[in-house]
Structure formats: C-alpha cells, structure tokens
Design a protein around this ligand. Sequence first.
Ligand SMILES: CC(C)(COP(=O)(O)OP(=O)(O)OC[C@H]1O[C@@H](n2cnc3c(N)ncnc32)[C@H](O)[C@@H]1OP(=O)(O)O)[C@@H](O)C(=O)NCCC(=O)NCCSC(=O)/C=C/CCCCCCCCCCCCC(=O)O
Length: 727
Amino acid sequence: MAATRRLTHSVAVITLNNPPVNALSYSLRRSIIKEFVDASKDSSVEAIVLCGANGKFCAGADIKEFGSTSVDSVSLNHINDTIESCKKPVVAAIEGVALGGGLELALSCHYRVANVQSLVGLPEVLIGMIPAAGGTQRLPRLIGIPAALDMIVRGRHVPATEALQLGILDEVVKTNTIDAAVQMAMKVLGQPLENRRLGTLPVQAIPNVDTFLDTAVKRAKGQFRGAQAPLACIEAVKATLHLPFLKGVENERVLTASLWSTGQPQAQQYAFFSEREVGKWTTPSGGKWDKVPPKPIQTAAVIGLGTMGRGIVTSLSKANIPVIAIEQDAKQLDQGRQAVNALLDREVEKLKLQGKTSVPGNGLGSVKFTVDLGDLHSVDLIIEAVYENMQLKKEIFRKLSSIAKPDAFLCTNTSGLNVDEIASVTNRPQQVIGTHFFSPANIMRLLEVVRGQKTSLTTIATAMSLGKTLGKVAVLVGNCPLFVGNRMLGPYLEQVNYLLEEGSYPEEIDQALEEFGFAMGPCRMMDLAGLDVGWRSRMEQGLTGTNAPPGAPVRQRNGKRYSPLADLLCESGRFGQKTGKGWYQYEKAGGRIAKPDPWVRDFLDKYRRTHQIARHQANSQEIQDRCMFALINEGFRVLEDSIASGPEDIDVIYNNGYGFPKHRGGPMYYAANVGLPKVLSTLENYSKANPDVPSMKPAFLLRKLAAVGGPPIKEWRTQLGNTSSKL
Ligand SMILES: CC(C)(COP(=O)(O)OP(=O)(O)OC[C@H]1O[C@@H](n2cnc3c(N)ncnc32)[C@H](O)[C@@H]1OP(=O)(O)O)[C@@H](O)C(=O)NCCC(=O)NCCSC(=O)/C=C/CCCCCCCCCCCCC(=O)O
C-alpha cells in the first residue's frame, strides 16, 4: 500500500499501488502526500504525473475505513488542495476507473488524460454518501451545475468518450496512457496554471437555477424514496452558487456528518460489501468459489420467448454470447423475434451513447431464431424459460437429455418449482441447475442460482460465473418451494390481504410501503405480475375453485386463516395491469397508470359487511410493521432451513430483485437495526391474537438471536450452524 515515484525525463510519475482497486486507504494517502511533496520540492522535477498500478487509477476512498479514526488523519482534502496549489503542472493518467475520491484526486490535478476504456464518476451516492473531498465543488466548476448534478445524484460511471465531451477530460487515448500524460505534462510546461485550478474558478451561471434545483429535489424525492444522500448531493452542489470554494468543502463535511447520523451510509455500505460476499459461495461439502473452475460458456440457448425468455436472450446477447432462441411454432417465434429485436435495438442505442459503435457486431452476440429443438445439439448451456408447469418442463428436459451434447448444462428458469424433480427426468442431474431470472431479465440485476440435490460443484461454478458475465448479482440458494425471494413474499402478501380484509384500501397499503422505500407497493406489484398467476396456483393447490374442499368456510383453509379476496377479483376478470383492472384501474388493458378504483372500495366494504368484519384502518406504521415483520420472520426460517447461507444473501436478493430500499440495507439488516427483541415481541403479540396465522409465529432462529440480545448481523452466521443445509 504505497505510492512509488520514478522520473521520466523531468516528469515525476507517482503510482498509486493498493490492490485490487488502489483504494485510498490511510497508508496510501500518507504515502501519496509524502511522494508528492518530495517531488514538488525536487528541483530536477518540472512536472508530475499521477497514475495507478495494475491498469486502475483509483476506486476512491477505502470504504472499509469509514467510521474509523484513521479517516481524517491525512485527509483527502489536504492531498487535493496540495496538488491543486502545486506550482508545477500535475497531470492525472487515468486507466480503468477514477471513481469517487479517485476522480476527486484527478480533478485537483491540472490536466487529465484517460484511456478510452476507462470510466470516471462520483458514485458516493450509491453507498449513501456525498463526494466529500471537494467533488461537489470542483465538478460543477468544471462542467456546469446541470451535468455535474446528473453525475453526482445518479452516481453514474461515465465512459471516457462521454467524459471528454463533457469537459472532464483533456485527452482520451487508446494506448500508452501514462506516456501520453507525460507528453501532456511536458507540452504544458511554462503555461499558466491559474485557470486549471478548479477550486479557484467561478461556477457558470444558469438561468432559473432555483427552479432547476427545486425540480431536482422533487425528482430525487420521488425517485429515491427516503434516501437522504441524493438530497444531500443536491444541497452540496447548490452551495457552489453562494459559498466560496473552501466554505463549500466545509459544507460537504457538515452534510457528511449529518448523513452518517441517519445510519443510511452504513446500511448501503453493508449492501455494497454483501453483494461482493455472495459471489464467494461455499457449500457444506467443501465446494468453494475459488477452488472450482467454471466451464466456459461460448454458446447458449433459450427455450420459450415469453417475457422472461426474451429478456434472457437479450441479456446473453448483451454479454456477447451467441444465442439460439426457440419457440414452439412459427407464430410465437415471430412474436418473440420482434420483441427480442426491439430490445436489442435499444441495447445498440445504449452502446452508441457510450461511444462503443466501433465494437465488431456492435458488441452483441448473434441470435438465431428457430422452432427446431434439434438445433441445440452443440450449445454449451440451455436455459428453459417456458411457463410454470411441471409436466411441460419435464417433457422439455426429457427431450434435452437426448438432444443436448453430453457436457451441456441444463438450466431451468422456474420461479419456484422443484429443481430436483425437473433434474430427475434427465440423464445428467449433476448438470441441471435453477437460474431464476427476474423480470425484465435484461435489466434486473438479481439471479437466484438454485442448487439441486445432485447439482455438481462445476455446474454451480458455471452458473455463478455466467451470472457475473451477464452483469448480474448471482446468489446461490437451496431448493425449496419458491426458493428464497418468492418464499418470503408469501407471508408478506398474506398480511397485505388481511389488511385489505380488515379495512385498508390498496392505495393506503402501497403508500405506506412506498414511504418505507419500496420501489413499488405490494398491490401495484401484484397487479403488474398478474393476479391470475397466484390464483391458478391456489386452484392447483385446491385452495379455491372447483378443487376447494366442499363446504369449507370462506375465510379458512385447513384450520388456518385464508383470504379469498384475490380469488374474488380474478373471478370477476380483474387480473391486474394486463386486463386494465386489478387492485387498481388502468387507462387500458396493459396500461401503466394505476388509479384508485371506486369499484374496489365498494367491493371491499361489501365484503366486510357480508363477513361482519368491523373496520380497522391500520396506520402506516402498523402496515409497515406487519408486512415487514412477516417477510423477515420467513427470512429467519429460510436461514434455519439453510436455503440461504447467510442474512447477507437474503438482503442482496431483496435489494436487487424486489425493489427493497438499499438505504435500509435489506430486510435482515433492517431487522437487526430495529432490534430483534422488538421484532420478536411484535410478532409474539400478533401471533397470540391471531393463532390461525402460523406464518407470524416467531421463527426459532429469531427467538434464539433475540435471547442473546440481538447481536450485530455479522455475528448471525456463527449462531446458524449448518445442521440441515440444502446448499
Ligand atoms: C468498479 C469497481 C471499482 C471494481 O468493480 P469490479 O472489478 O467488479 O470488482 P469488485 O468485486 O467490485 O471489487 C474488487 C474488490 O475491491 C473492493 N473495493 C472496491 N472498491 C473499494 C473501495 N472504494 N474501498 C474498499 N474496497 C473496495 C471490493 O470490495 C472487492 O473486494 P473483495 O475482492 O471482495 O475483497 C467497484 O468495486 C466499485 O464500484 N467500487 C466502489 C467505488 C466507489 O463507490 N467509490 C467511492 C468510494 S467513497 C469515496 O471515494 C469518498 C471520498 C470522499 C472522502 C470522504 C471521507 C469522509 C468519510 C467520513 C465517513 C465517516 C463519517 C463520520 C462522521 C462523523 O462522525 O463526523
């Protein structure tokens, strides 16, 4: 962890060296300042170049050090101010990434040269912070308030070509970035540096700036629902208008301290590291991510071009993997082809915006459309994405057994069916695995990788590695009905139904959970997913419809409370967004604008009268507690059953697949934050009053952890043991 210095001509080249990403740890910062001060005093040095070892400039402050005392001992601001005020020209040579404190360091240099493949950005907002080493003050002075705000509030990683256009970079090169920076340093020798010191420049005025900033605040409040960092970013940038540079930097510090006191940065940083941890999968049999090499996937196929299949094809093609896309007849194939082509066109547009038009074939893998399963004889990996029907899936896997080459991997995109049962009809259960994508599959980051009993370690390694190649966060889970995410959704939605029965309206429930921070409330989510999906499954389970036990009480099944509300909606043709009516009404079938529906209110009021239910209108807190604690309780059961290997896995699943607010860390982190004794007592009280709702009976593991005072989440794993692991 050091910065090293060498002399090229009369230019001192200082290299940041702290693998893997040259994060600005305390010792690296101390070393940079020493080398820099020495170079600036050295009379044989006329100019200075700052670069990073191993093809990476710098990924910013060392996030692991936040909250520890070493953070401020040699502050990044001190380094930046020393660089900016240097009398010799200083050039940043950017390769790989210049993110957060890394870009702030580069912005304090007088010139910036970057490799065309590199990315720059101020992504602090994504870990609940603001760029607090002068970034909110220097960037607007360089590229203006609108462009700077867009980058800072969204935490966007900006490709070098775009950064050049924005004026962040002075030159972009294809090769030899450090040599180009040295050349630049020699070229500018003797030129005045005053107008290169961003901290001394005024910020460019824009018309109606107050309205512009007010709109930005409104948009951020709507988009980021309760996250404080985006608002603090806007506040910090706004200060460039009325505070001198140094005061603006002091303001960054005040805003950072205030953000820290909300607990949101800690939650988002936990989420950041959890995402990386889940990639390091292990199994009780000794399988380990770094011990089992994945098989390379050069070609893939997707069977079924419905919503999921189309997204998966697009995702594979985006990762430059040639795909064969299969449908059962010409008509469906044609519809699938049109939909996939439209999605791919959008991807090409995005690549163009990133300046990647010169990539051969636009950087997308080819897609071949066919109705012939026989075409799959030579592909490396096949993903079945037909609709959720066990018989149909088994029929396909039986056929694949004889068609696919012996070493091909067979994946099922089921969202909850038994992977072992599917694998059992094949001649290679060790190469069968669940790859549960989330809709839209070309956009959503989550991939649940479901291990069957016979799935081999190589198959796990290959599916996990494929997830990474597709730019997803892959989480290894065990095989049980509905796996992790959807299984936990069950008790959560059960509470939603009970709240509706008791007197809440859909929009009230959604509002409470959107205020909590969910991207979408549960009633809108059910409408979007299609109410008929659950209805069909309940019919298959004999809970409703013609298979329901004759004479069963309307609101009870097998001695447990049951809500028939969603069944009744479906019986009147209200399947959600697709039919234009569900818990809400929409402008048309397939419409997206949800409006509260007076019909639904009447229906609920009548239902309560019929069943003599006294109206209880729950407030937001009750709605949030009942829904969240139901979800969390099932999360503890998932851990007890070893379906997920730790609370971090559950949190990553919810943050990336279910619109859970990252600033709360994830449901299990949230539980730890609320305090497990409180979660337990709330569930106990509910359970006592409602013994016919077993899902709310506190889980054994919750009791166990609450009994020892609710330890910090990082200590939960040691309490888990791995008695009955399904991983
Ligand atoms: C794009 C990446 C850089 C690389 O991606 P990839 O190639 O896919 O690799 P990864 O798996 O993601 O990462 C590889 C390993 O590196 C680790 N890593 C990555 N970045 C960091 C980092 N910044 N710090 C530490 N470690 C990092 C990662 O965990 C992996 O480790 P492992 O192999 O799993 O062990 C990608 O990684 C990425 O996007 N990184 C994050 C970039 C980022 O967000 N940068 C911004 C950081 S914040 C910053 O720079 C802020 C600067 C201003 C300084 C302000 C200081 C104030 C602090 C105060 C806090 C306390 C307040 C107290 C208040 C009071 O009381 O007063």
